[in-house]
Design a protein around this ligand. Structure first.
Ligand code: C5J
Length: 228
């Protein structure tokens, strides 16, 4: 078992039954010209966490953990995009419109790709999801059950939208979830802070939060103990 200093208390997990889930580290949310910017956001805040996500991927790969990447994406004919989602807001570019990185949030377009700094490696699961939560209309739950996964380490963007939705969906399905603070970000600092507080409040009502250094250090210590 690996034990990490976390809030509201220690998080204990077995790397063999824990998956890293990285949410929507896509060009459309992180790079200028995508959906995030079309909604009026400063995307540089999100770009700044790419090195932290890369480090998290690296330590989880070294620990041979299951790794899942998600992308928020729709079919080119938008048949999986409800009118409520399509019509929401006053963006100058809407889902399906053509922007500098191709059609916004459409599978296979340049903006749909995960940023190179957090790119999936061969053998890692990559799931497209039409909603905010990664469990809605995807095979994620059955994939995790098939792999014997009971614990999830979660990262990605944005903290209060797709990351929080996924954490809540996972919690309701019985997963023990740890959110890594430096490897998640929001366009709104106050929303990130509030989400971290909401997740770990009331004795961890949704899950735990931990710093990347504590998580990476715990994995490293477990590796040294194993080797010696
Ligand atoms: C949003 C996401 N914010 N990945 N998607 O629309 O959080």
């Amino acid at each position: 078992m690996t034990v990490v200093r976390a809030q509201p208390y220690l998080y204990t997990f077995d790397t063999r039954t824990t998956a890293l889930v990285v949410i929507d580290m896509q060009r459309d949310f992180i790079e200028p010209g995508g959906f995030g910017e079309a909604l009026g956001n400063d995307v540089s805040r999100l770009e700044a966490i790419v090195p932290a996500v890369a480090e998290l991927l690296d330590v989880c790969r070294k620990a041979r953990m299951m790794i899942v990447h998600t992308r928020e994406a729709h079919r080119p004919d938008l048949s999986d995009c409800p009118p409520s989602k399509l019509g929401r807001g006053h963006a100058h570019l809407r889902i399906g419109d053509r922007g500098p990185m191709g059609r916004i949030l459409i599978k296979g377009e340049p903006g749909h790709a995960i940023v190179s700094g957090a790119a999936p490696a061969a053998g890692e699961l990559v799931l497209d999801k039409p909603g905010k939560g990664a469990f809605y209309a995807t095979s994620l739950h059955s994939d995790l059950i098939a792999a014997g996964i009971t614990h999830l380490v979660v990262a990605g963007v944005t903290t209060e939208v797709c990351v929080q939705s996924t954490l809540r969906e996972a919690n309701d399905r019985g997963y023990e979830c740890l959110l890594i603070e430096e490897a998640t970000e929001s366009y709104f600092p106050a929303f990130k802070a509030a989400t971290l507080d909401m997740v770990r409040a009331q004795g961890g009502i949704v899950g735990w939060t931990a710093h990347l250094a504590d998580f990476a250090g715990a994995l490293e210590k477990a590796r040294e103990t194993h080797v010696s």
